[in-house]
Design a protein around this ligand. Structure first.
Ligand code: ZN
Length: 157
């Protein structure tokens, strides 16, 4: 996997490259973290890999490990440094249909408090428990996919 594949029209690549402004919180050789410019709540921040990748599965394990480690450090910091924090939502929108707005993978950390008005909206029928056999059919498809995607040469590391 390449270590730097920045794209000209990606705002996060522009921020990483120093061509667009950001309020940085953290930087190392692999990831940066900065404030979201349209925060859901005050303190909403993003952890972003320096290399351009649209989706999380395109990132190798070392980059992912660094992203989640930095996210956890910033989670600790938010709980003491951001205004009115009772909890933190750690969120990845991995693909446009999941709500991803910037096509450069990133982790959201959003300070939360009770009744802050933010949350997931569940689809109609949520809460019903499918039969075990139905879970097993889907699990078997995913188990097969795990074997295929873990095959040598198909991983980025
Ligand atoms: Zn990018």
């Amino acid at each position: 996997m390449s270590t730097s594949s920045q794209t000209a029209d990606c705002i996060f690549c522009a921020i990483v490259g120093g061509y667009a402004p950001a309020s940085f919180l953290y930087q190392d050789d692999i990831v940066v973290a900065f404030m979201d410019i349209r925060p859901v709540r005050p303190g909403h921040l993003l952890v972003v890999p320096r290399m351009h990748a649209e989706l999380m599965p395109e990132l190798d394990d070392a980059v992912l490990a660094t992203m989640w480690s930095v996210a956890n450090r910033l989670n600790r910091a938010l709980r003491t440094g951001a205004p009115s924090v009772e909890a933190v939502s750690i969120y990845v929108a991995d693909g446009e249909a999941a709500g991803q707005e910037i096509q450069h993978a990133h982790i959201h950390l959003i300070p939360r408090h009770a009744d802050d008005g933010f949350g997931f909206r569940f689809p109609p029928g949520y809460g019903a428990r499918p039969a075990r056999a139905e879970l097993e059919v889907i699990a078997d498809r995913i188990r097969t996919a795990i074997r295929l995607t873990d095959a040598p040469g198909l991983r980025g590391n």
